[in-house]
Design a protein around this ligand. Structure first.
Ligand SMILES: [Zn+2]
Ligand SMILES: [Zn+2]
Length: 205
């Protein structure tokens, strides 16, 4: 299978650390977003991604679209959904890419039974492990080869554009002495604290 893998996916896998269905989904989302929004390069703060899960997929999006946690143009909403919104600030174009519900639904009953065993920490037989490996390979192959239309729904959306990353003032925590962003600092008896120190202070530690 190795030779069928596009270079960008290879690089995303390297960034992520392993080859898995999630990173392939993220790769497909990233490439589709680029196509839909006609992006010519990544690493640009004009693009914002809102991701509604924190799975392996998001690493591929950070790597390929250049929307990263550190740059502030990656927004995480903890919804547990395979839904990805991209906003291109220059054009104002916004799309939401949603993974279709039936993509993972052709799992065999046999595989489900094995996964149930695995979840109960019951040791698997060699044959059962082989079934899981085969199912995983089949899933990877499917995710790499099926069309965008079979994999995703793309919707035009209209949401409030998140503000650009700003440089914020910092204050010094009076307990540990580290600088803490003013918006995250807590005040107790006229002194600034970082959140961990503030919690310790409240607990009387
Ligand atoms: Zn992964
Ligand atoms: Zn502190």
């Amino acid at each position: 299978m190795q030779e069928e893998i596009p270079l960008e996916l290879k690089n995303a896998v390297e960034f992520h650390g392993h080859f898995c269905p999630g990173v392939v989904i993220g790769y497909r989302v990233a490439i589709l977003a680029r196509k839909e929004l006609k992006l010519d390069r990544s690493g640009d703060e004009e693009l914002v991604a809102i991701v509604e899960n924190d799975t392996c997929a998001v690493d591929a999006i950070q790597y390929i679209n250049g929307t990263t946690f550190g740059k502030g143009n990656l927004v995480f909403q903890d919804h547990g959904l395979h839904a990805y919104t991209f906003i291109e600030r220059n054009s104002g174009k916004q799309i939401r890419i949603e993974l279709k519900a039936d993509v993972f639904q052709e799992e065999s009953e046999q595989r489900r039974e094995i996964l149930r065993k695995q979840n109960q920490n019951i040791p698997l037989t060699e044959e059962e492990n082989a079934v899981l490996r085969k199912a995983r390979q089949d899933m990877l192959k499917k995710l790499l080869t099926i069309s965008d239309d079979e994999l995703f729904v793309v919707k035009n959306v209209d949401i409030k554009i998140p503000e650009r990353a700003r440089i914020l003032n910092s204050v010094k925590c009076s307990k540990c002495g580290l600088m803490v962003m003013e918006t995250r600092a807590r005040v107790l008896n006229d002194k600034f604290y970082c959140i961990p120190c503030w919690e310790r202070e409240l607990a009387g530690e």
